[in-house]
Design a binder for this molecule. Structure first.
Ligand SMILES: NC(=O)c1ccc[n+]([C@@H]2O[C@H](COP(=O)([O-])OP(=O)(O)OC[C@H]3O[C@@H](n4cnc5c(N)ncnc54)[C@H](O)[C@@H]3O)[C@@H](O)[C@H]2O)c1
Length: 398
């Protein structure tokens, strides 16, 4: 096997996960970042000042590399089954370049068994090389979080694994050299694949539980926020909040885990169903409340604050707020959406707030820091309401 001392590394897929990894590895090793997105490569190549790190969209430029790390996106299709086409295409591209003693490490989120059961046969077939004799495979899931500046690649323990004990050590040594917090060497690739999924599915299920109890309590005129405050004084109460689960990490994890299960109606699918239907649940709750507070009104003006799938990020990837706006629009109401942080999109329809705008209800959908400075009474007629999705609470705006 090629010794770790002077590896030549290729990173395939330079998104949220691949790019920071390429930068960290490029601080120590000769590293080439590859992506099929030509404009991204042009931008990165023009901005890069590192001697060890280069960028390309020509796959043959990677032919001298010994370690290939795949960090392309994975998703689910309309039926909720894994959509691995980027992963399998990337695997095919590098299979043509594979040489004796090369190492292929997967970082993309996959279901347990995917690396050895689906990717390795493609690598063997196209390269003509034998797995665990001529080439080796590792899996190291990523834990960093879009828009999270506290938990980074370097300060978060990274799970590592390999296709045999020697490869596992080699993968572990590589990541230990860039992750200051250290690594956790899992006993097998399948364990590492599954560990990533249960970390995220656990959050998905706990948020679903909060969404579920918050709905029940709100329908019974009991404040979820007050109940939560009371319950959270117990030492082992888990302090999850309610919320619209967007992005792709959490939903993907529950669906990939469920992909392995024979019995599809389980905790994972119930959680997914509760979280995915929350836009309709919130729509029902807020219209019931508006009718109670403004019984004379035939129509309402509603402002939705925030469309990004989480606070302080421009990303609207998988944002359920888009679905919420669609559901609200089916009722007798004028819906305005304001988000100065989100990337440009067709849903945000006001660019600024002024006191010419008056709303019966403001829904705080994303807790962007910038919204802390808003003076809500400026936009609210008497009796107007605020509904905060992260606490599931109604409050008076003035
Ligand atoms: N974003 C997160 O916070 C996060 C956290 C943990 C794990 N993950 C997982 O990591 C993986 C990558 O996620 P991401 O957020 O970085 O995705 P992303 O969409 O930001 O980036 C993926 C990149 O891969 C490129 N790509 C697609 N097909 C390619 C191919 N065949 N060859 C080369 N490049 C290709 C795309 O052009 C894109 O630049 C996914 O499996 C995701 O589930 C993401």
């Amino acid at each position: 096997m090629i010794p770790i001392q002077n590896p030549h590394i290729a990173i395939i897929g330079l998104g949220n996960i691949g790019l920071p990894l390429a930068i960290a590895l490029g601080e120590k090793y000769r590293t080439i970042g590859f992506d099929i997105d030509t404009s991204k490569i042009e931008r990165l190549a023009s901005e890069s000042s590192s001697v060890n790190l280069s960028f390309t969209n020509t796959i043959h430029t990677l032919s001298n590399c010994h370690i290939f790390i795949i960090a392309v996106s994975t998703s689910v299709n309309q039926e909720g089954n894994p959509d691995l086409h980027h992963l399998l295409t990337a695997t095919q591209s590098i299979a043509f370049l594979l040489k004796k003693d090369d190492l292929v490490i997967y970082e993309s989120t996959v279901f347990p068994g995917c690396t050895e059961g689906l990717c390795v046969p493609i690598l063997e077939k196209i390269s003509g090389l034998k797995f665990n004799i001529d080439f080796f495979v590792g899996y190291s899931p990523e834990r960093i979080n879009t828009a999270d500046t506290i938990h980074t690649l370097k300060n978060t323990i990274k799970i590592t694994s390999g296709s045999n004990p020697e490869t596992a050590q080699r993968v572990d040594e590589l990541y230990r050299s860039i992750v200051e917090a250290g690594t956790y060497l899992a006993p097998s690739i399948r364990v590492a694949e599954a560990a990533k999924l249960i970390e995220n599915a656990q959050r998905d299920i706990n948020i679903a539980f909060m969404n579920n109890v918050a709905t029940i309590l709100t329908e019974n005129n009991i404040s979820f926020e007050e109940v939560w405050q009371a319950s959270s004084t117990k030492w082992n109460f888990l302090k999850f909040s309610t919320g619209l689960v967007g992005g792709d990490c959490l939903p993907l994890a529950s669906q990939y885990l469920n992909h392995l299960s024979d019995k599809k109606d389980n905790t994972l699918s119930v959680a997914r169903q509760i979280n995915d239907t929350l836009p309709q649940t919130i729509t029902n709750l807020v219209f019931a409340k508006l009718q109670e507070v403004f019984p004379q009104n035939a129509t309402f003006k509603i402002l939705v604050l925030g469309i990004s799938y989480k606070p302080n990020t421009p990303s609207i990837k998988g944002s359920l707020i888009i679905d919420l706006v669609e559901k609200l629009n089916k009722n007798k109401a004028q819906i305005a959406v304001f988000d100065p942080v989100a990337e440009p999109n067709a849903i945000v329809n006001i660019n600024s707030l002024s006191n010419n705008h008056q709303y019966h209800l403001i829904i705080k959908a994303t807790n962007h820091q910038i919204f802390e400075n808003l003076n809500y009474p400026d936009f609210a007629p008497p009796n107007a309401l605020l509904f905060n999705i992260s606490t599931f609470s109604f409050s008076s705006l003035r």
